[in-house]
Design a protein around this ligand. Structure first.
Ligand code: BTN
Length: 244
């Protein structure tokens, strides 16, 4: 497992943006873990913003390099979501994974992941960002434009963010080593066990297409098998999923 180097920031626009600006100065044989207490322009998937008030949540970007070709890259963000879910399961919570990489508690969003890359000739730099609603109060979560929750809201207690960050580094670091050698396959069964909406009707926006079908299962590469009305399976590589 690679070592982690921690860069702890107070206030920044976005840990993703910071990571991209500074990555040339990061050690290539380590995983650089950038955290901020507050983000003033936190970014989510699909050009959405990520609400990032000070001192309550975790805003993290992991930066590392991988040699090319990197055939498993499309499933990488799922491994980070899975790592967080594993930690929560061990703590007696019941997380679900909304494909591809949202972590939910009680059907509401607890964490989201943004994976960005920059390709060079022989390697790819990965900027893997995760926002976890840790000690968000209910009133703060209500300001988000989709059902959101936090560990505080779900458990009624304040969580130690430093401890959770360390656990995530440990779990993700170990899973990353497995994923780099074997891809998504070793995680397939356990991920599918906590797949949100499994067997239910969903809608998935995938680029220009909107697919409606039953959330059936995953492929060994972590893609979604969507069962269509004509009983055929449509494989989705990425997308924005909602229940329908
Ligand atoms: C999503 O679900 O839309 C992804 C949200 C990703 C948010 C995290 S917070 C840390 C990192 N910095 C950002 O600006 N975004 C990611």
């Amino acid at each position: 497992m690679k070592d982690f180097v921690h860069i702890a920031l107070e206030t920044i626009d976005s840990t993703q943006t910071y990571a991209k600006q500074k990555c040339a100065s990061f050690a290539k044989d380590k995983i650089t873990c950038i955290t901020a207490e507050e983000q003033t322009a936190g970014r989510g998937r699909f050009q959405r913003s990520w609400v990032s008030p000070p001192h309550v949540n975790l805003y993290i970007t992991f930066v590392f390099w991988m040699p090319l070709p990197a055939p498993h890259l499309p499933s990488l963000s799922q491994i980070l979501a899975f790592s967080l879910a594993q930690i929560l399961l061990k703590k007696g919570l019941f997380p679900k994974l909304k494909w591809p990489n949202d972590v939910q508690l009680q059907g509401k969003k607890l964490a989201g992941i943004l994976c960005e890359t920059s390709f060079e000739k022989e390697e790819v730099a990965v900027y893997l960002g995760i926002g976890i609603n840790v000690n968000f109060e209910l009133a703060q979560a209500m300001q988000i434009d989709q059902p959101a929750t936090s560990l505080l809201i779900e458990t009624g207690k304040r969580w130690d963010r430093k401890e959770l960050l360390q656990e995530l580094q440990q779990e993700f670091g170990a899973n990353l080593t497995i994923w780099q050698a074997k891809g998504f396959a070793p995680f397939h069964a356990a991920y599918e066990q906590i797949l949100a909406y499994k067997g239910q009707s969903i809608r998935c926006l995938d680029g220009a297409n909107e697919w409606v079908g039953i959330c059936h299962s995953l492929t060994d590469e972590g893609q979604l098998n969507l069962l269509l009305a004509d009983q055929t399976i449509q494989i989705l590589r990425s997308g924005d999923l909602t229940s329908s």
